[in-house]
Design a protein around this ligand. Structure first.
Ligand code: MG
Length: 388
């Protein structure tokens, strides 16, 4: 049976990992971003070394200092994280037609149209991880599943640097032993209510008649019952406006000389420049995509000193990126050029946008619940999701 295939990508300890990447002296050390060594503020992110001391995000910094006095406490450098986030999203953009960015370091990719089966989706997932590691020197955990819920669950199972695939027939087995708190929308209160009825694992919830769950949780019981059985029909919905402009071309015959490749890149650069100018934005990141005759696909990208909407700059950059690709004598089947990290979008981003984005995510979830379970379920959903 045809199934949807969705990938969820979640960067590992994102802010802390970016700092460790950029400051080698911090590698292997507990790094705590947000909050001061004097214990003011709140922790935004903790490296895995810091987590071993029990430090986690949203913890008051004072508490983090007590738990891990030797930690390196760093201020939040949002500008930098946003730029890296744009680079991550640019890589993801090359692997899916539809991307839903959920937060600064997390996104869903709809790959049903690109991956024939889950093995093919796993290959995409591995490429994504490889490119993020190779180009950005960061790690991501990736989950592949037949829906958003399972894909997100999968990405969380083997963090950090994980890759977990949950195929439809495996969903029940994956879910059964997990605590009910792993279901989205089941916060501490709902969890307690379920536990009081002896429902501790997702498997137990799945095996409970929906009427009983309804009695316990109201209309929210319907949602929980579906999730417990691995059912989630939410679509991957692109949230943000175009954050990139790209163009690609598949050649009737594989290209094997550089002149033809450059000619194609020049053409694609003109096309991308036209789109950027049309949108009134400039790209800070330029990427190329290269698919070889054997379908192996790689991307290369670079960040410009100054954002551009000029075909000439894109072209020169694309040439340079192509020069860095080891073709090993292989013909090229497809080339693509992409401009991302659009400057206008970057300048507009603020904490407010981040919150608006989260609200947008919440609203989409609620509208799904409204469509599927009726308006009464929404009230419960709001409560359940607020507990998270
Ligand atoms: Mg993350």
């Amino acid at each position: 049976m045809a199934s949807r295939i969705i990938i969820h990508v979640d960067m590992d300890a994102f802010y802390a990992a970016v700092e460790q990447r950029d400051r080698p002296e911090l590698r292997g050390r507990p790094v705590i971003v947000g909050g001061t060594p004097e214990g003011r503020g709140v922790v935004s992110a903790a490296s895995y070394e810091a987590r071993e001391f029990g430090v986690h995000s949203a913890m008051p910094a004072a508490q983090a200092v007590r738990a891990c006095p030797q930690g390196a406490f760093l201020p939040v450098d949002m500008r930098k994280y946003r730029r890296v986030s744009e680079e991550v999203m640019a890589i993801l953009g090359l692997h899916a037609g539809v991307i839903e960015q959920v937060s600064i370091d997390e996104a869903f990719l709809e790959v049903t149209d690109r991956a024939r089966d889950f093995a093919a989706a796993a290959r995409i997932a591995r490429s994504i991880k490889r490119e993020i590691r190779g180009e950005l020197k960061l790690t991501a955990s990736v989950g592949v599943g037949p829906n958003k819920f399972l894909a997100k669950l999968a990405s969380d199972l083997e963090k950090p640097d994980g890759l977990v695939v949950i195929e439809p027939h495996e969903a029940e087995g994956f879910l059964a032993p997990l605590p009910v708190g792993k279901l989205w929308g089941v916060g501490p209160k709902t969890e307690k209510r379920l536990q009081e009825r002896g429902l501790k694992t997702i498997g137990q919830v799945a095996g409970t008649p929906v009427e009983e769950l309804r009695k316990l949780l109201g209309p929210w019981g319907d949602v929980v019952h579906e999730l417990a059985r691995g059912i989630d029909e939410r679509a991957v919905e692109p949230v943000r406006e175009a954050k990139s402009a790209s163009a690609e071309q598949t050649f009737p015959e594989d290209l094997d000389n550089v002149r033809d490749m450059r000619k194609a890149l020049a053409e694609l650069s003109r096309e991308v420049a036209g789109r950027l100018q049309g949108e009134g934005v400039r790209a800070r990141t330029v990427a190329i995509k290269v698919r070889f005759g054997d379908f192996r696909t790689i991307t290369r990208q670079t960040t410009l000193g100054e954002a551009t909407d000029q075909a000439e700059v894109l072209r020169q950059t694309a040439y340079r990126l192509l020069d860095g690709v080891d073709r090993a004598g292989q013909g090229i089947r497809l080339l693509g050029v992409r401009g991302a990290g659009l400057e206008q979008a970057l300048a507009q981003l603020s904490l407010f946008d981040e919150q608006a984005q989260r609200r947008g995510q919440l609203e989409r979830t609620l509208s799904y619940i409204r469509r599927r379970f009726g308006p009464e379920a929404v009230r419960w959903a709001r409560e359940g999701l607020r507990q998270k």
